[in-house]
Design a protein. Structure first.
Length: 753
């Protein structure tokens, strides 16, 4: 790459260019939002391949979502003008599933293992808690589940926890019981829960150095995007993959190591590691993400080079200034100096609705205006803090005939009818899975009651059979003729489906497409017809969902011909928050702020910018909670390229209770002049009219960055205090008569002041 222009470095600034061409053992790229971190990763991979420093198969790139992975692969292909086959670009979870599927037998699992989503593992925990009578001690599937998840993210298993717990605490001992049983049941079901995927891979590498050696050797370049959100388990995985292959393992490698691969000590040196991240965008502490991973990178990976990127290419200066001002209120951070050559751009638009419907109406109208002005719907995104905020927004978008989709919120695969159908497919791939099996027995109802189910389950366990085998031998049990008939015909259906799924190589018969399998199951069980026959619109919707599932499967068959059932099940279980199977062309995207990470849109609406929502009530009482919410706000703001809207409602119904909402402290942190209030908080409940002009005037005394730290400290009392602009006009609000709830909330507010 020396001398002469390099098309892969062209158009990059000097720091970006250095980040692409640096070739040390470890590289850390730290930079603010929109500074080209992801772009640099992509160029770096293309650069390595184009310069023949690495084969595509020697590269492992980790992204935060499957969607980001697909985009990155596409970009690399675009840069190289060729398909980068053999390269792994995936999330932590998908990479681990691939490894586990290949190596499952090494530790007593079958390659067809099921991946339990949180609903499945809650179902399993529910049984366990009931069996152990643990509910009387206050255990619920939810609280036990999240504790187990937290421990697994720390790579702590039940035994490990037992070793450190307070043994005199009966509740703790009971928890260990639950945890242990849960582990055993998962293993018996040939299933992994979501956290296992990473933890078990780490475990596998640690207990089988020969297996680890294969991957340590294969991946010569490991690149991780969004490194600030890795948790301990993910960090450990990276650690395992970036160890040198020891000489005694080198001897066993197939194919054998070439001389050039070895260092002086006869080892294969460690893979080079590149991580990019922004500690200001760390928003997954609740899932065990550990900012220290990025802070301590240099210590962990000796010889690491650090590159900082400071030019933002995404947003206008106004948007960037707002983001910088907000994040500047987090005191425990390194000061960054993010700038843009874009120019100021439009001012940020602020709006306060009377209610969430009024807020939604404003959003819909503005989207229409933007669209009329030439913006594509797909250039627009609407963010919110919690999923419950979508309903009002959806209603107004539907009414305005604006095409939209909800990312991560549809929970298509969590719907009962979809889970029913998927249970059949799961059971075909993994006939040992009790959760899937128990589900399909009753879907649709076929007269197999809990007694019969328990009978079969005991029989299965005693004889070490799969559930499918147990059903085939149900004649040996004392069932009445009707129940027996039901069981037998279900068993026959599963036999037929399993044969189709496996294909018959001897008779040259390929495994059936997943769409055909699903069609067989739906036809034979008459699931769709039964729903349609009920003539209930909700059941109609369920029938449509099932038809949609067939369409999804058919699409999968076309996209990945011959990939088979297991690949389909894997894909479905890995569909993560930011992933949707359909594409986003021509629709407005609705999503939570968490899902928005890494994405960018020309126009962004952040809704519900209120105390209690953003920052979320739950975070306010937690140590560091508000700082994390502030980072979330920073992530949200920095998604916008040209237009940013901050909206709120002065009253909001939560669980049917209407309460007065206070503007978020984060709004206070944005310099006044950056926001053009279309309708201010003061106007809404107050006199309206004249204030809107005053709001745009600069804040009196203590404004600008000098006032920042003060406001951060006493932000809970700063509404309406000091100066002439912004929410200070709130005093008008309290002088107006208001009814019921609203009055009392206003009174409270006055007291706080
Ligand atoms: P985030 O922190 O949000 O993940 P990021 O640092 O990964 O952001 P990118 O998404 O890589 O940033 O880049 C932001 C935008 O800036 C993209 O549209 C990208 O194409 C563009 N960009 C980055 N670097 C350059 C450059 N040197 N010239 C032109 N455009 C650039
Ligand atoms: Mg990025």
């Amino acid at each position: 790459s020396e001398g002469g222009p390099d098309p892969l470095l062209d158009g990059l600034n000097p720091s970006q260019s250095r980040a692409v061409s640096a070739r040390g053992p470890a590289l850390l790229i730290v930079a603010g939002a929109g500074s080209g971190k992801t772009r640099v990763l992509t160029h770096r991979i293309a650069h390595l391949i184009r310069n023949r420093e690495a084969w595509p198969s020697q590269i492992l790139a980790i992204t935060f979502t499957n969607k980001a992975a697909a985009e990155m692969r596409e970009r690399i292909d675009g840069l190289l003008g060729a398909a980068s086959e053999g390269m792994w670009v995936s999330t932590f979870h998908s990479a681990c599933v691939r490894i586990l599927r290949r190596e499952a037998e090494r530790f007593g699992y079958v390659a067809g293992f099921t991946i339990y989503d949180s609903a499945d593992s809650r179902a399993l925990l529910k049984r366990i808690i009931k069996e152990l009578d643990a509910d009387t001690y206050g255990f619920t599937p939810a609280n036990a589940g999240s504790k187990i998840s937290r421990l697994k993210n720390e790579l702590t298993d039940a035994d490990g926890y037992a070793a450190t717990m307070n043994a005199s605490d009966p509740r703790d001992r009971l928890f260990v019981e639950i945890f242990k049983t849960y582990e055993q049941e998962l293993r018996r079901a040939n299933a992994f829960d979501f956290d296992d995927l990473i933890g078990q891979t780490v475990q596998l590498f640690r207990s089988h150095p020969d297996v680890a050696a294969v991957y340590q050797r294969r991946f010569r370049h490991i690149l991780v995007d969004e490194y600030q959100d890795t948790n301990h388990a993910q960090y450990s995985l990276i650690r395992e993959l970036t160890r040198p292959v020891q000489a005694e393992q080198v001897e066993r490698l197939v194919p054998p190591a070439r001389a050039g691969e070895l260092d002086a000590a006869g080892r294969i040196p460690a893979a080079s590691l590149t991580v990019v991240g922004d500690s200001d965008q760390s928003i997954y502490a609740f899932r065990g993400a550990d900012i220290r991973n990025i802070v301590e990178f240099e210590r962990d990976f000796s010889g690491a080079e650090v590159v900082k990127l400071e030019q933002n290419y995404r947003s206008t200066q106004n948007i960037l200034s707002a983001a910088n001002a907000v994040i500047g209120n987090n005191f425990d951070r390194q000061e960054k100096n993010l700038w843009t050559a874009e120019g100021d751009g439009e001012r940020i638009v602020g709006f306060t609705g009377y209610s969430q419907h009024d807020e939604a109406r404003f959003v819909a109208e503005e989207v229409e205006d933007l669209h009329r002005a030439g913006l594509a719907y797909s250039d627009v995104a609407v963010f919110y803090r919690t999923n419950s905020q979508t309903r009002a927004l959806e209603e107004l978008l539907i009414r305005s005939a604006i095409p939209y989709r909800v990312l991560g919120g549809t929970k298509f695969y969590e719907r009962a009818e979809i889970k029913d159908a998927m249970a059949y497919l799961t059971s075909i791939a993994n006939p040992y899975d009790p959760i899937a099996w128990s589900r399909l027995l009753g879907a649709p109802k076929r007269g197999i009651g809990p007694m019969a189910e328990a009978h079969l389950a005991n029989f299965q366990e005693e004889h070490g059979l799969s559930f499918h085998e147990a059903m085939l031998r149900s004649g040996e049990l004392a069932f009445g003729p009707k129940v027996l008939g039901s069981i037998q015909s279900l068993a026959e259906l599963l036999t037929r489906a399993a044969k189709m799924a496996a294909g018959d190589p001897e008779h040259d018969q390929a495994p059936a497409p997943v769409g055909d399998l699903l069609k067989l199951i739906l036809d034979e069980t008459e699931m769709v017809e039964k729903l349609r026959a009920k003539r209930d619109p909700q059941d109609d919707a369920r029938a449509e969902n099932l038809e949609e599932l067939v369409a999804v499967a058919r699409e999968f068959d076309v996209k990945q011909p011959g990939a088979g059932l297991l690949a389909f099940l894997t894909e479905v279980s890995l569909v993560a928050a930011a992933d949707d199977l359909d594409d986003s062309s021509g629709t407005v995207s609705l999503m939570t702020m968490h899902t928005a990470k890494g994405l960018e849109f020309k126009a962004v609406f952040i809704t519900g910018v209120e105390e209690g929502l953003l920052p979320h009530q739950m975070s306010v009482d937690e140590v560091g909670g508000v700082n994390e919410e502030r980072r979330l706000m920073y992530v949200g703001i920095t998604r916008a390229r040209e237009r940013l809207y901050l909206t709120l409602a002065s009253t909001r119904a939560v669980f049917g209770d209407v309460s007065v909402a206070m503007p978020s402290r984060f709004l206070q942190e944005i310099p006044e002049g950056l926001i053009d209030w279309r309708q201010s908080p003061g106007e809404v409940t107050g006199r309206g009219g004249t204030e809107s002009r005053a709001l745009n005037a600069p804040r009196g005394g203590g404004s600008g960055s000098a006032g920042r730290s003060r406001r951060a400290v006493d932000s809970n009392v700063s509404f309406g205090s000091g100066g002439s602009g912004g929410f200070s006009s709130g005093s008008a609000a309290v002088s107006e008569p208001a009814s019921g709830n609203m009055q009392s909330a206003l009174d409270k507010w006055r007291e706080r002041k």
